[in-house]
Ligand binder design. Structure first.
Ligand code: AMP
Ligand code: MG
Length: 181
């Protein structure tokens, strides 16, 4: 099985009551085998369709620059490359910290009239982690890293760095996740 440990960043605004549609601007992902060895990484920016200009808040939160977004591929192009990289012909499981990433993929695929079937193989490591550790409720990635005595490396809220940090939590609990295709 290929475990695709992923994290998305999306357009956002300081005032969350503003009714604007969030769109993915970065996909960060690590491919891991059953032994917890990572064979490759995927990191691409995406140019949003509805709001291609990032808010100052979003730039500050993610550290992603307007220039990186201006030079990025469209959603359709990047998703095509991402699906090829995953290799949908081999058994795979999309793993993210919570259900946000799956929901955001679904929204963006619908916006671009793309199929969403490939998103069915998904688990929330955040919810599984709470089960494994007998926590009353799911905790954030930062809290889980602390519990594991792991350091938060890179820049929090950069998709690829978040994915690498989630991958470390995944590796630290190898064999405990309940993941079946
Ligand atoms: P994360 O994986 O925690 O970096 O968050 C993914 C996306 O959720 C970000 O790219 C933002 O679009 C949104 N987000 C996360 N934290 C905040 C926040 N404090 N305020 C507004 N949006 C946020
Ligand atoms: Mg993130």
């Amino acid at each position: 099985m290929n475990y695709i440990i992923l994290d998305l960043e999306a357009t956002c605004w300081k005032d969350r009551s503003v009714q604007k549609q969030n769109e993915i601007i970065e996909i960060g992902a690590i491919k891991m085998n059953d032994s917890g060895e990572s064979s490759s990484e995927f990191c691409e920016f995406i140019k949003p369709k509805i709001n291609p200009t990032l808010s100052d808040f979003c730039i500050e939160l993610t550290t992603i620059t307007q220039n990186e977004i201006d030079n990025a591929g469209t959603y359709n192009e990047v998703i095509e490359r991402f699906k090829k990289w995953i290799n949908l012909d081999e058994p795979y499981m999309l793993c993210s910290w919570g259900f946000y990433d799956k929901k955001q993929f679904q929204k963006d695929c619908e916006l671009h009239n793309l199929d969403t079937d490939w998103l069915q193989n998904h688990v929330s490591l955040k919810h599984q982690y709470a089960d494994i550790k007998n926590l009353k409720k799911p905790i954030g990635m930062g809290g889980a890293l602390k519990k594991e005595n792991l350091t938060l490396e890179g820049t929090h809220h950069r998709g690829i760095d978040d994915a690498r940090n989630i991958a470390k939590i995944f590796q630290a609990n190898l064999g405990k996740w309940k993941i079946k295709e």
